[in-house]
Write a protein that binds this ligand. Structure first.
Ligand code: PEP
Ligand code: MN
Length: 356
């Protein structure tokens, strides 16, 4: 059987290094400290896509020479972000081992296509970050454009999604979206970027552990010798010493267990879940029958489908029932929003059928 790039990776693949290369000394010392931890893939931003102008926009091409010099001394490979075809060409010219496409570039099919065209005929691996907005198709589209250029070593980096609402995260993880990518493209290694998801060094461990428990293939962690003084992303970078602590504390669980008693017990519990799910679906179908009856009744009496007071009352009571049963009220609220939207769809269909 042909093995894919993913099968050959040593898991978890740890990539560490500064958000940005700032000086030769900073890059050299960080690389050396990380290499001494047994990690040999170093990340480093060179061209930095910054949200606001007048902030540090990266060292640029000069840092590629620093990397070449460091690689002569240490057996490491470097990963660098490329945001244009010109970046990609320069990076390859300077022997960069791995390229990555940043979140702000993944959103732009023109740029991605330019980069893909510039990579045609090369074999350097490309890691593709999720787009800033939670659009799975854009992420997949970027992967497809790079794959169509003949690149076979492609990975995906989950760095979270920006949102208007303030949350504990810098970029909300929306784990389900990354899990869906894994389901659709199981042969693509999935790497978590806890630095850009959390936005704070104190969150790196818990996000990394969660990613490993979701069977991710690797982690990319921003590491700086003196994070407070970093020219970009100072809050989220860890020192090499902190990185060592994080890596050593992570628990690596296996993705399956061959023990017969484990398999039997799991199967027994899964039977229970199957039966509960069957009941849930039967109940949903029964609920929808009543929804249809109500739809007919509203139509006959010429009242609107949406009855705001009733909808507020449903949300309030269901969330309180959820709380009593130790379920997360927000989870139940989301379930009911989905159910309610389909109820409205069904009643709208009933109203439309009777339009004449
Ligand atoms: C980065 O990795 O430093 C970076 C700019 O990340 P992102 O594209 O995820 O914002
Ligand atoms: Mn960064």
């Amino acid at each position: 059987m042909k093995t894919s790039w993913k099968d050959e990776l040593l898991r978890p693949w740890i990539i560490a290094g500064p958000c940005s290369a700032e000086s030769f000394d900073q890059l050299y010392h960080t690389t050396k400290a990380i290499y001494e931890l047994g990690i040999n893939t170093i990340r480093s931003g060179i061209w930095k896509p910054r949200t606001r102008p007048n902030s540090f926009e990266g060292i640029g091409q000069k840092a590629l020479e620093w990397i070449e010099k460091i690689k002569k001394e240490l057996p490491v490979q470097f990963a660098v972000e490329v945001a244009t075809a010109q970046h990609a060409e320069l990076a390859l010219k300077h022997g960069i081992d791995i390229l990555w496409i940043g979140a702000r570039t993944t959103v732009n099919p023109f740029l991605v296509q330019d980069i893909a065209d510039s990579l045609r005929g090369t074999s350097t691996p490309v890691l593709i970050k999720n787009p800033v907005n939670p659009d799975l198709d854009l992420w997949i589209g970027c992967i497809e454009r790079i794959a169509n250029a003949g690149i076979t070593k492609i990975g995906a980096i989950h760095r979270g999604f920006s949102s208007f609402k303030k949350t504990q995260y810098r970029n909300e993880p929306l784990w389900q979206l990354a899990i869906e990518l894994k389901r659709i493209l199981p042969h693509i290694p999935l790497i978590c970027d806890p630095s850009h998801i959390g936005g704070d060094s104190s969150m790196i461990f818990s996000i990394s552990q969660k990613a490993l428990d979701l069977n991710y293939d690797g982690l990319i962690i921003e590491t700086h010798p003196n994070p407070k003084e970093a020219l970009s992303d100072p809050k989220q970078q860890v020192t090499p010493e902190q990185l060592a602590l994080i890596i050593n504390s992570l628990k690596l669980r296996k993705d399956k267990c061959d023990s017969v008693s484990f398999k039997n017990k799991l199967e027994e519990l899964r039977h229970k879940i199957d039966s509960i799910d069957h009941d849930i679906i039967e109940n949903l179908a029964n609920r929808m029958k009543v929804i249809d009856e109500i739809g007919e009744y509203k139509l006959k009496n010429e009242v609107t489908i949406l009855q705001l007071e009733r909808w507020n009352e449903i949300l309030k009571s269901r969330k309180s029932w959820a709380k009593d049963l130790k379920l997360t009220p927000n989870f139940v609220e989301e379930v009911y929003k989905t159910v309610h939207s389909d109820s409205i769809r069904r009643q709208t269909e009933i109203f439309n059928k009777n339009k004449n």
